[in-house]
Design a protein. Structure first.
Length: 418
C-alpha cells in the first residue's frame, strides 16, 4: 500500500515525462501498467519507470539500521507487479516473491556494511539489483542454478552513486535496479550463464564495492530471522536522516505555539551522516531540498509540515523559507543513532525550547499505525485515482494474500491517460 501510494504521487512529478517520452523507443510489446500514467508499456520499461516514480519523492519505506540504508520496496515491487500483471500471479506468490527480493537485497547490504555506504554508493541502487533479480527468479520459478546466474547477471550491473543526490539521478537508481534485475532473471530463464559467485569471488561485488565486507551476514539466520520486520515507513517526504529533526521542530512548534517569525535560531544535534548526506546549505530545487537538513527544519518551522508540497522548487525558493534556513545550524554527535536528534529553538524574546527525539516516527521503534499508513496512502492516491478507487486499492492491499490476481491492483492504479 505504501509503495503504491508514493508511486502514484511520484507519477505526477514533471521528470516522469522524460521516461514516458522514451517509452516507445525502448519499451517493446505493452505488457505492464505504468502506475498513475494511464498507459501500458513493455515489462522492462514499466519496471524502470515505476521504480523511478516510487523513489522520486523520497517518501518510500526505509530499512535504516546502523550498518546500512536501503529503500527496499522501490527496486522489488515494480518487478513483482509487472510479472504478476503479465502472468496472472496470486497474492501469496506475489508476497513470497517480494519477501525473497527484500531479504536478498537487505542481507547483501548488511554484508557490504557501512563502508559500502560511506564510500559513496547509493545502497538501494547497488543491492536493489539483487533484490529485483531474486523476486523475478522466484516468480519465474527458476532453478537454483538459474537463480544464481540471475543474481550474477544482476550483480555485475550494480551501480548508483551518492554524488547525484539532489538530482533525478537518485531515483533512477532503483528504477534501473528493477529493470536490470528483471532483465537478468529473464535472461537466466533462457539459459544465460551468469557468475555463480558474484558476491564472494575475488573481483566480485563485495570485494570491489566494499572496503570492509562481512559475507557471513548475508546468510546468518536466513529463513529464521526476517529483516523485513525492521523496515520503516516515512511520514515526511524527504531523506530519512532529516526526520528526527523535523519531528522535534514540529513538536516544539505545536507545544509552545511558536510563531515562525519569532524564531531567532534552530540548532539540531544529529548523527554524523546528516552532516554530509543531507547537508545542502542552499538548495535550489525541490530535489535538493530533500537532502538539506536546513531546508527540512525550515519548512517544519514555517509550514508546520514536511510533505510533498514542502519540497517543490517554489517552496525551496520562497524568501520566508530561505530566511529560516539561514537560522538553522547543526552539531554532530557521533553517539546518536540515525533516528535520533535534539533540537534547541531560540526565540527573539530570549526564550529557549529543546526537544529530543529518541526514535522518529515511522521507524521500527516508533512505527506508524495501520491507520496512519492508510491515511498517507489515501492522501497520495486519492488525488490521482479518486477516493473511491483509492479505497478499493487499499482494501485489496490489506487483503493481498487473498487476491487471485495481483495484476488487477496495478491495473486499477493505472490512472487517467496523460
Amino acid at each position: 500500500m505504501d509503495w503504491l501510494g508514493v508511486t502514484l504521487a511520484g507519477s505526477v512529478d514533471p521528470s516522469v515525462e522524460v521516461f514516458l517520452a522514451v517509452a516507445d523507443d525502448i519499451a517493446g510489446t505493452p505488457q505492464a501498467t505504468v502506475i498513475g500514467c494511464g498507459r501500458r508499456t513493455g515489462l522492462l520499461h514499466a519496471a524502470l519507470t515505476n521504480g523511478y516514480m516510487s523513489h522520486v519523492l523520497d517518501y518510500d519505506d526505509t530499512f535504516n539500521p546502523a550498518r546500512t540504508t536501503v529503500h527496499g520496496s522501490a527496486p522489488v515491487w515494480p518487478v513483482v507487479m509487472g510479472v504478476s500483471e503479465r502472468d496472472r500471479v496470486d497474492g501469496v506468490r506475489a508476497i513470497t516473491a517480494f519477501v525473497a527480493g527484500f531479504e536478498t537485497e537487505v542481507r547483501i547490504a548488511l554484508a557490504a556494511g557501512p563502508a559500502h555506504y560511506e564510500a559513496g554508493w547509493h545502497v538501494t541502487g547497488t543491492v536493489g539489483h539483487f533484490g529485483a533479480a531474486a523476486a523475478a527468479a522466484n516468480l519465474l520459478g527458476l532453478s537454483p542454478q538459474s537463480t544464481a546466474s540471475a543474481l550474477g547477471a544482476a550483480g555485475t550491473q550494480a551501480a548508483g552513486l551518492k554524488g547525484v543526490y539532489g538530482s533525478m539521478g537518485k531515483a533512477l537508481h532503483p528504477g534501473k535496479a528493477a529493470m536490470d534485475g528483471l532483465l537478468a532473471a529473464l535472461l537466466a530463464a533462457e539459459g544465460f550463464d551468469g557468475s555463480s559467485s558474484i558476491l564472494e569471488t575475488k573481483h566480485g561485488f563485495l570485494s570491489v564495492l566494499s572496503p570492509d565486507p562481512d559475507p557471513r551476514l548475508a546468510t546468518s539466520g536466513l529463513g529464521e530471522t526476517w529483516t523485513l520486520l525492521e523496515d520503516g515507513f516515512k511520514p515526511y517526504a524527504c531523506g530519512s536522516l532529516t526526520h528526527p529533526t523535523i519531528e522535534a521542530v514540529l513538536e516544539l512548534r505545536s507545544e509552545h505555539d511558536v510563531i515562525p517569525g519569532d524564531i531567532s535560531s534552530i540548532e539540531a544535534t544529529v548523527n554524523d551522516y546528516v552532516s554530509w548526506v543531507t547537508a545542502k546549505g542552499s538548495p535550489a530545487t525541490g530535489l535538493e531540498g530533500k537532502f538539506s537538513i536546513y531546508h527540512s527544519a525550515a519548512v517544519a518551522a514555517v509550514d508546520g509540515a514536511a510533505s510533498v508540497r514542502q519540497f517543490t522548487d517554489e517552496r525551496v525558493n520562497d524568501p520566508m523559507v530561505a530566511a529560516m534556513r539561514s537560522r538553522v545550524s547543526i552539531v554532530v554527535d557521533e553517539a546518536l543513532p540515525k533516528d535520533a536528534a535534539t533540537v534547541t529553538m531560540k526565540m527573539a524574546d530570549g526564550r529557549s525550547f529543546s526537544q529530543t527525539i529518541s526514535h522518529n516516527k515511522g521507524t521500527p521503534d516508533h512505527p506508524m499505525t495501520d491507520d496512519e499508513i492508510e491515511a498517507k496512502f489515501m492522501s497520495l492516491a486519492g488525488e490521482r485515482l479518486g477516493d473511491d478507487d483509492a479505497r478499493r486499492v487499499a482494501e485489496m492491499c490489506w487483503n493481498l494474500e487473498h487476491q487471485s490476481d495481483v495484476g488487477a491492483i496495478v491495473k486499477l492504479c493505472g490512472g487517467p491517460p496523460r
